[in-house]
Design a protein around this ligand. Structure first.
Ligand SMILES: [Zn+2]
Ligand SMILES: [Zn+2]
Length: 582
């Protein structure tokens, strides 16, 4: 088993132990170990071979034995035993935001509820409200949670789908006879939530390719194996408290059909309909196999040829939602979309001064290694005690450390920032004399999510109108597949941001992706500047910037719309100008 698989099982063990009512510290030990393994650089198997597992923070002797067993044999009796004792339905119940392991255990022990169906029924009959520690309010929240899961069921985040797809592609590259290979569907369009993975290959002989696909490592179940299409299920168990199951389909076509199939299976359906309509107006018929007219088929070597045949510019997959891209491609007015390599630095990153795991220097070195010219530090502010927010005195100390690091580097700049809490009334968490010591300020909400629409809107508008605020962090507070945005009138927030020259962040952490692509499009049209930030809490999370670029591309953004495409010296000037109120 590789690092990710072992981490997933340790995480699941923690969940199962919680459901058993185990001591919280013991459960946390498994979670910590899972996190440490996810964040380590090398391979577990090498550490096991060298007998150096205990060098990882948080891994003692008991865990060492279990991890060794998993790495070497892929099995662990302790885990199998635990799994057999706990109904899988209980794990599913944990996905409801309103209830944790204690409540799930109580529901099971006292009412015999072991899946979502029984839970829903019990709530509807009012039996849950009468349990000790529950009440009518919790019962209602559980029902709402089940309804939310119904909408969120069987979907995974972009980063999760991408990881699975990459390992499938890597496996397929080892199969003989494949000519072209590409991911299509919503993953190719870089949507933030993915329902299934679609892979397309071209080959002279589909059968051996299919055989190879269904026997790839990690396949949990084969749903179908045919000559043109095969379907498999990947079940990763419980990850971050959610069941992680996804279907993957492989289609194999002749190589000359590949561009048409790629275009068709990339979608979206709405885009396809529009393109087919355009083809019809040229007397052509477009489907997943060919583009054909009265004079026979039109030869296309790639997707670009298809669009060219219809007198259109090539439409990047991220734009294919039929929200104006077809008309723009016809008029040759598509935006020149921002690209990953346009990003030269970033602003919203945490260190171990607050709740990050790496030091200032480690974060800076990691950013430089990624080819960035600068890194903005934005640790939490004083009122966020849970995240070890910085008192003004510690702000001062951290800034001295940044000055020292900067004086030692000629090719890299660390900017001094803060992720300053927006207090419930819209005031900031530091007084002005502290705020002025930063190069920039990210203002974010971390508390009091349940305010009314009016309160929340006034709160954020007040913050983005503050002269010291450079940018708004994770603007709607949504967590992908986990938490709805708070009630806020983003239109009013964006107008205030435009008026005061305050930027809005695209939080690129794949758990957040906030603001989303539709909001990006709106922000741009209102004249709001954007900035792509990873909200990194560890060195390897800096690379999450890429998911923010995906959102930006879906939102039609170009390089000039995004602050951190500027080189370090120009960014320094832009930050200083904003600070001076220009
Ligand atoms: Zn935050
Ligand atoms: Zn943050």
């Amino acid at each position: 088993m590789d690092n990710d698989q072992v981490a997933a099982i340790l995480d699941e063990i923690a969940t199962l132990l919680e459901l058993q009512g185990e001591n919280p510290f013991r459960c946390q030990a498994y979670r910590n170990a899972a996190r440490a393994i996810q964040q380590m650089e090398g391979r577990l198997s090498e550490l096991v071979a060298a007998g150096k597992l205990t060098e990882i923070r948080g891994i003692g002797e008991t865990l060492q034995e279990k991890i060794t067993a998993l790495v070497i044999s892929g099995r662990l009796a302790f885990y199998d035993d635990l799994k057999s004792k706990i109904p899988t339905g209980l794990v599913e119940m944990l996905r409801i935001p309103a209830i944790g392991p204690k409540k799930v255990k109580a529901l099971f022990d006292q009412l015999g509820i072991d899946d979502l169906v029984k839970l829903k029924q019990a709530c509807e009959e009012g039996r849950v409200a009468s349990l000790k520690g529950f009440g009518a309010k919790t019962q209602q929240k559980i029902l709402e949670g089940i309804a939310f899961l119904g909408q969120a069921g069987d979907r995974v985040r972009l980063d999760q789908a991408e990881a699975v797809a990459n390992s499938l592609l890597e496996g397929l590259r080892g199969c003989a006879g494949i000519i072209r290979l590409e991911v299509c569907g919503s993953l190719r369009r870089r949507k933030e939530i993915i329902r299934d993975i679609d892979i397309l290959a071209s080959s002279k002989d589909a059968r051996p390719v299919m055989k190879c696909f269904v026997s790839l490592p990690g396949v949990s179940q084969v749903i179908g194996q045919g000559d043109t299409k095969s379907s498999i299920v990947i079940d990763k168990g419980v990850v971050d408290g959610r069941r992680f199951v996804i279907n993957a389909d492989l289609r194999v076509v002749d190589d000359d059909q590949f561009p048409f199939a790629l275009n068709y299976f990339t979608g979206s359906k709405e885009h396809n309909v529009a393109i087919r309509g355009r083809a019809q107006s040229y007397g052509l018929k477009l489907n997943e196999y060919e583009l054909v007219g009265a004079k026979g088929p039109v030869r296309c070597r790639d997707e670009g040829d298809i669009y060219r045949a219809l007198d259109m510019d090539y439409v990047p997959p991220e734009l294919r939602e039929n929200t104006g891209e077809v008309e723009a491609a016809v008029a040759h007015r598509l935006p020149k979309l921002i690209e990953k390599q346009d990003i030269l630095g970033t602003f919203h990153c945490h260190t171990n001064w607050s709740d990050g795991s790496a030091s200032l220097e480690e974060m800076a070195m990691a950013a430089r290694k990624l080819g960035l010219q600068y890194l903005g530090i934005a640790d939490h502010s004083q009122s966020l005690k849970m995240a070890n927010g910085l008192t003004p005195e510690r702000v001062h100390q951290q800034q001295a450390e940044i000055d020292q690091l900067n004086s030692r580097m000629s090719d890299f700049t660390i900017f001094k920032g803060t992720e300053c809490d927006i207090l419930p009334d819209g005031q900031l968490d530091y007084p002005d004399d502290v705020l002025v010591s930063f190069d920039y300020v990210v203002a974010s909400i971390h508390t009091h999510f349940n305010q009314t629409l009016e309160e929340m809107t006034a709160r954020i508008v007040r913050a983005v109108s503050h002269p010291r605020v450079t940018m708004l962090g994770h603007g709607t507070g949504r967590l992908v597949l986990r938490r709805e945005p708070y009630k806020v009138d983003m239109e009013a927030v964006m107008k205030a941001a435009a008026k005061h020259g305050t930027r809005i962040e695209i939080n690129a952490h794949p758990f957040r992706l906030d603001i989303d692509w539709l909001a990006c499009k709106r922000a741009k049209s209102l004249g709001v500047g954007l900035v792509i930030n990873p909200d990194a809490h560890a060195t390897q999370e800096i690379a999450h910037i890429g998911y923010g670029v995906d959102v930006a591309r879906r939102g039609w953004l170009e390089k000039s719309d995004v602050l951190n495409t500027l080189p370090a010296d120009q960014v320094a000037k832009a930050l200083a100008a904003k600070k001076a109120g220009k």
